[in-house]
Design a protein around this ligand. Structure first.
Ligand SMILES: C[S@@+](CC[C@H](N)C(=O)[O-])C[C@H]1O[C@@H](n2cnc3c(N)ncnc32)[C@H](O)[C@@H]1O
Length: 256
């Protein structure tokens, strides 16, 4: 006999919802588990489908997923997400402690740069940058300004990879130590530079570029190659090129 499908979300969902972030979909949950997130509750309206995905794509966390996933009705699943995800999986994860994140950011010597997004506006860009930072093994992503880097839309864009790097919001005056390489089309061509592992790689906002405060803190202005008449690149693609340059000039550890 199979277990009956719960008509509503489990009580644990309501208990943890206030202090946790939503992981929307199988891949976000898979990444969060891989990088050590504390996940008190996870639901799906298709447990067999989710475990088949785990067999295929994530055998390393299949056991944890099998222990965590509670099957609920389609309506119960839909009631806890803004928009149903094709994998019909949702989970709650405890946000890592700010104090621990700030310690990691301040720790020196640093083995990989910190990405600084100066007053970003676009939640999707912020999520994409967190995903990049996780992929390149950056120490963290710091935002200045009003955007919350743990906003549900940013977490969705980050595909659960907020747990693979430090993600915090700070004032420019409170940025961690290290030389600031600020990306700006008027800067020195990046192709002639080696970016040090302890660098803060700073990027301006989509609308107005680097703020006066960030410019005042910058040690170097760095430009990405761009032909005349093109004004600028998208923020997340600028971060991608810069992290790639850091990795290609000796920064990131090689994947075996
Ligand atoms: C969309 S751009 C900002 C455009 C904005 N209108 C401006 O006045 O700078 C967002 C950020 O991406 C980075 N960026 C974009 N293109 C770049 C380039 N060619 N060289 C260096 N940084 C660039 C900069 O940090 C910039 O502040």
């Amino acid at each position: 006999m199979t277990d009956p499908v719960a008509p509503g979300p489990p009580a644990a969902w309501h208990l943890h919802a206030g202090r946790c972030v939503l992981l929307d979909g199988f891949h976000a949950l898979k990444h969060a588990l891989r990088f050590g997130a504390e996940v008190p509750v996870a639901v799906t309206s298709d447990r067999a489908g989710a475990l088949a995905l785990a067999d295929e794509l994530a055998p390393d966390v299949r056991g944890e997923l099998a222990g965590l996933l509670t099957e609920v009705s389609r309506e119960a699943y839909a009631s806890v997400v803004a928009r149903p995800h094709p994998t019909a999986v949702a989970a709650l994860a405890v946000r890592p402690s700010r104090a621990a994140g700030l310690d990691t950011l301040a720790h020196t010597p640093r083995r990989a740069p910190v990405v600084v997004l100066d007053q970003p506006r676009n939640l999707g860009n912020a999520g994409a940058v967190i995903r990049l930072a996780a992929g390149f093994g950056a120490t963290g992503v710091v935002t200045t300004g009003t955007l919350d880097p743990w906003h549900p839309t940013v977490v969705r864009g980050g595909a659960g990879l907020h747990f693979a790097t430090v993600v915090e919001r700070l004032e420019v005056a409170g940025l961690p130590p290290g030389p600031v390489f600020a990306l700006d089309p008027e800067g020195e061509d990046i192709r002639g530079l080696k970016l040090p592992d302890d660098a803060l790689l700073a990027f301006g906002s989509e609308r107005s570029g680097l703020s006066p405060e960030l410019r005042a803190r910058a040690d170097h202005l760095v430009a990405l190659p761009m032909r005349p008449q093109v004004s600028s690149y998208n923020l997340a693609t600028s971060v991608a090129m810069t992290l790639f340059h850091w990795s290609a000039t000796g920064g990131a550890p090689r994947v075996p």
